[in-house]
Design a protein around this ligand. Structure first.
Ligand code: EPZ
Length: 431
């Protein structure tokens, strides 16, 4: 299993280029199921979850060509024939976002068999709201042997029907999954209490380019006028706002001077405001953000909320920064029930964090020491790397495959701006 070896103490100086957003690429790749034409997606990140989605689509009968290599990051997907419209457990268990094929499959073929995703380190991750929405559109959903089977009306032979759906909770992939079901449904669908994340808007832009009729993406209410068929399109995926935010925090925690390029500052409002409260200097360009810090950081409390609030995907990384701030920081996690797995590992490095329910209290100015630590999930891994960048000595991070799921060339990008970080064990290889 791959490990990272990180020696702390270097301020990060220079420029880092952001890759495409994994959480945009995953729904956009699933959208290829909605048409028999070819979809060309640009700016696809070379990360493990994308590889998993390629396997998932190929197993269904899709032709998937992942054009990697520096110049490309292009993916061509053609679902002319879906010979086996099933999302198999052995793939779904490694990536719960596989549930994103549920909506497009039933919209395209009238039937979808998807392994129940099960939970993950950060929570139970149910998909009851996805199912409730499909049933509102006339689908029959049954469960057997760990699989969900969803059929459109008349045993899969008729189209889904437009409906008025109010989400009980704001769900990002729930909004995306049902949006993809609605674009081919008969009639009008109105969604209320939708997720407003940029990834939802990115998907809606692609679907519109494919001929879908959508209004209101990015707001809480989305209107869809169903069409009979969609055609192929070419689309460039958004830059990854969470990767950008992670690098901004790396620049801040190391007392560096770092420019994050190829990002969209408008997607990072909540984080930038928080960083300024911490006393970090921020300079915002059209598609870049420069962060400067002399290492003197002030405590600033965070409470994770749906977009445009402070993102839950930045909570673990911000907690690492909080261990170095002057004063005490409270971190409240409102989205997931178990997203403090990084706390015990940070404490093993000398942090002083206590947890009470959904709130962690971080006492600042902790002198972090190198240690052997374990990655537990994608963003917890990033948090531990940030801590290791300021810890005294050489930290060994185990199970970095968690990090490879969502960060492209993470250690190279950091090394290019002065971090002392290297990978041990087999390099992540594309199969
Ligand atoms: C997406 O997950 C992201 N993943 C997550 O990023 C992100 O943390 C999350 O949104 C919140 O922003 C992708 O986009 C692939 P939710 P998702 O449905 O859609 C509950 C990362 O680090 N819920 O918005 O699965 C759920 O349990 C990953 O890149 C239901 O109760 O999250 C949670 O408490 C981690 N029933 C809350 O809603 C449902 O049917 C928000 O979950 C669906 C969700």
């Amino acid at each position: 299993m791959d490990k990272f070896v990180v020696r702390g103490g270097n301020p990060l100086l220079g420029t880092i280029k952001v890759s495409g957003a994994k959480n945009s690429a995953l729904p956009c790749m699933a959208a290829a199921i909605l048409t028999e034409d070819e979809l060309v997606l640009e700016n696809i990140p070379q990360v493990r979850d994308i590889e998993t989605e390629r396997k998932l689509l190929s197993a269904m009968g899709a032709e998937v060509d992942l054009g990697y290599g520096r110049a490309q990051h292009r993916t061509r997907i053609k679902c002319a024939i879906l010979s086996d419209p099933v999302a198999k457990y052995e793939i779904v268990k490694t990536m719960r976002a596989s549930s994103l094929v549920l909506g497009p499959l039933i919209a395209r073929t009238g039937i979808a068999r998807v392994a129940m995703p099960g939970g993950c380190a950060i929570g139970g991750r149910p998909i009851d709201l996805h199912i409730k929405g499909l049933e509102a559109m006339g689908a029959t959903v049954t469960q057997d042997h760990g699989y969900l089977e969803a059929r459109s009306p008349n045993n899969g032979s008729s189209r889904l029907k437009g409906a008025h759906i109010v989400f009980d909770k704001i769900t990002v992939t729930g909004t995306e999954d049902l949006l993809m079901a609605a674009v081919l449904a008969e009639g009008e669908t109105v969604f209320e209490n939708c997720a407003r994340e940029p990834e939802v808007t990115d998907l809606a832009t692609l679907l519109t380019a494919m001929g879908a009729k959508i209004k209101g993406a990015g707001t809480s209410t989305i209107h869809v006028h169903g069409v009979a068929q969609l055609h192929g399109a070419r689309h460039r995926i958004n830059p990854d706002r969470i990767e950008a935010g992670t690098f901004l925090l790396a620049g801040a925690i190391t007392g560096g001077d770092l420019s994050v390029e190829g990002c969209n500052p408008a997607h990072l409002g909540a984080l930038l405001a928080k960083l300024e409260s911490c006393g970090v200097k921020i300079e915002v360009g059209k598609d870049s953000i420069r962060v400067r810090s002399d290492g003197a950081l002030k405590a600033a409390n965070i409470s994770t909320e749906e977009y445009p609030g402070f993102p839950t995907d930045m909570q673990a990384q911000f907690m690492a920064l909080a261990t170095q701030a002057e004063g005490t920081t409270t971190v409240t996690e409102n989205i997931f029930e178990n997203r403090f797995m990084h706390v015990q590992e940070l404490n093993r490095m000398g942090a002083n964090i206590t947890v009470e329910g959904r709130t962690a209290t971080v006492r600042g100015r902790s002198k972090l020491e190198s240690a052997a630590v374990m990655c537990s999930d994608l963003r917890a891994s990033a948090s531990l790397v940030l801590a290791a960048l300021v810890a005294d000595g050489e930290t060994i991070l185990d199970r970095v495959y968690h990090l490879d799921r969502g960060y492209e060339h993470f250690e190279e990008k950091l090394r290019n701006v002065g971090a002392q970080i290297r990978r041990m064990g087999n390099v992540f290889t594309k199969k």
